[in-house]
Design a protein. Structure first.
Length: 189
């Protein structure tokens, strides 16, 4: 469950990014964040992974107040959150397989488990045939699928994000939605 209570975020003295945000998202609930450019959609999500901090309010993820996490605790929060960045953040010198395997390597998963789970998500996003390619040789849609596979590899408890429409999902949408949750909010902040 994700909850926000009276969350405020400012950039400088005169720019209010988020103003008294209150929301509750139940486990398994699908919600979409929509709004015009500059409405605060990305800011809201950045607060949820502690990339930025709110000036006021509480943010609870799984009952834990993430507003109180110190910098050393943030990586542990993020390990349970699948997150797809707008620019995908793929490592150019690593293959598709290596990009997807990276989160499991970071947490020290055994090699056999890494191979098994990478194969599962490669199949899910229909990129088995591209496993040895480098990101710069992939289409934009294929790069996006690699980023989504990497977000799913740790079997996140919380959410994952996309900020642009994804047309390729139509062919296997139900599979992805069973395996993950999409976090966003129904109303623009």
């Amino acid at each position: 469950m994700i909850q926000m209570f009276h969350v405020y975020k400012y950039y400088g003295k005169h720019h209010v990014a988020l103003d008294d945000i209150n929301l509750k998202i139940e486990k398994g609930e699908f919600v979409f964040l929509v709004g015009s450019s500059g409405a605060g959609k990305s800011t809201l999500l950045k607060l949820m992974i502690c990339e930025e901090r709110a000036e006021q309010g509480q943010i609870l993820i799984g009952g834990k107040n993430i507003s109180r996490l110190n910098e050393n605790q943030v990586p542990f929060l993020r390990r349970n959150i699948g997150f797809v960045f707008q620019d995908f953040k793929l490592i150019r010198r690593k293959t598709v397989y290596e990009n997807i395997a990276l989160p499991l390597e970071i947490v020290g998963a055994p090699g056999g488990e890494i191979r098994k789970r990478v194969q599962e998500v490669l199949k899910m996003v229909q990129l088995e045939h591209r496993r040895n390619q480098f990101p710069q040789f992939l289409s934009g849609g294929e790069q996006q699928r690699v980023a989504i596979a990497r977000a799913l590899i740790n079997r996140p408890l919380s959410y994952w994000r996309m900020s642009r429409p994804v047309t390729w999902m139509n062919s296997f949408r139900s599979k992805l939605w069973i395996c993950s949750k999409i976090f966003t909010s129904a109303e623009p902040p």
